[in-house]
Design a protein around this ligand. Structure first.
Ligand code: HEC
Ligand code: HEC
Length: 270
């Protein structure tokens, strides 16, 4: 069966037997069904070619309530559709195609058995809490600092490249909330951190040690916007390529909801 164009006589005989027996579902498939092809033909028009949603249907690649569902539930949803919504049932496709498309959906979600992470997540974890000092600012699953975003679940459904870019190029989507600023006080001393709140009379600055400073505008000379994220911009040179891959792997693996990571087991858990 692996050899597509095996012994011609043999395969056409099977094909004919299948036709005569008239059991298209049970007939042995000539080729492995491609979940990707099934998705492109039947799902992408509504869910988008990457499953992240389109005009007619929501994302099924990134929304937690879909991703955290067991395989068996997804299979059922694809089989039967979602009554009362535009999601049609695909039972007519047969089990093989439905399994294949759900399998592919897992890949789009970044959690399929086939999704390869580029490095070693355990080494990434050590880096995160150790040498790379990510945990000075970020928390994952309750461990680490809370100065900046909690990265639990962050890696989930995101591509390796986009996570890598978030680590090596923090300025790529700089906004005021993450920009490092320095406040110069009337007496010339300075404070550097993140502006957490601001009104006409005062601002609240959080410095790297985590503490909040409420500063009256009357008491300061100026605010210098650095044009850079508060996140260090030099990880691309301070860490090796492999180390960044390990960190990316850790973010991906730690982002997988528990339920979905058990997908190999069959499914009357719940
Ligand atoms: C005609 C548009 C359309 C097509 C085609 C379509 N879907 Fe959907 N799908 C939807 C909509 C709309 C929803 C959201 C339903 C809701 O509101 O819960 C949805 C929801 C889902 C869900 C989440 C189900 C749940 O229980 O929440 C899955 C999984 C899904 N679709 C998979 C697929 C797959 C796989 C295909 C292709 C085989 C597909 N869909 C084709 C419109 C579509
Ligand atoms: C000095 C604090 C600091 C350190 C250290 C730091 N980051 Fe960040 N990080 C930030 C800030 C600020 C942002 C911008 C978004 C925000 O405010 O959380 C950010 C954003 C991110 C994002 C994107 C988050 C999002 O929601 O878009 C990722 C991923 C990330 N950091 C990973 C890391 C990793 C991995 C390390 C260690 C190699 C690290 N960071 C070290 C401060 C830091």
């Amino acid at each position: 069966m692996n050899r597509k164009y095996g012994v011609a006589g043999c395969c056409s005989a099977i094909l004919l037997a299948g036709l005569f027996a008239f059991k298209p579902v049970a007939a042995p498939s000539q080729e492995k069904v491609s979940g990707q092809a099934v998705f492109a033909a039947n799902c992408s028009a509504c869910h988008g070619s990457d499953g992240r949603g389109g005009e007619r249907a929501p994302s099924i690649a990134t929304r937690r309530e879909v991703v955290s569902r067991a395989d068996a539930d997804l299979i059922r949803a694809v089989q039967n559709g979602v009554p009362g919504t535009a999601m049609p049932g695909f039972a007519y496709m047969g089990a093989e195609k439905i399994n294949a498309v759900v399998h592919y959906l897992r890949e789009l979600q970044g959690i399929g058995a086939n999704v390869k992470v580029p490095g070693d997540p355990r080494l990434g974890e050590q880096l995160f809490y150790g040498k790379a000092e990510c945990a000075r600012c970020h928390m994952i699953n309750g461990r680490g600092g809370f100065l900046n975003s909690d990265l639990s679940g962050y890696g989930f459904g995101r591509s390796v490249e986009s996570i890598r870019a978030a680590i090596t190029d923090p300025d790529r989507s700089l906004d005021r909330k993450s920009e490092s600023v320095t406040v110069v006080m009337a007496d010339q001393h300075t404070l550097t951190g993140l502006i957490r709140n601001e009104d006409n009379f005062s601002l609240i600055l959080q410095t790297e040690d985590g503490s909040f400073h409420s500063i009256s505008k009357a008491a300061m000379t100026r605010v210098e916007y650095s044009g850079h994220s508060f996140m260090p911009g030099d990880y691309g040179s301070k860490l090796s390529d492999n180390e960044i891959s390990d960190l990316v792997s850790y973010l991906i693996k730690s982002g997988v909801p528990e339920h979905a990571s058990n997908q190999k087991q069959d499914s009357d858990d719940e």
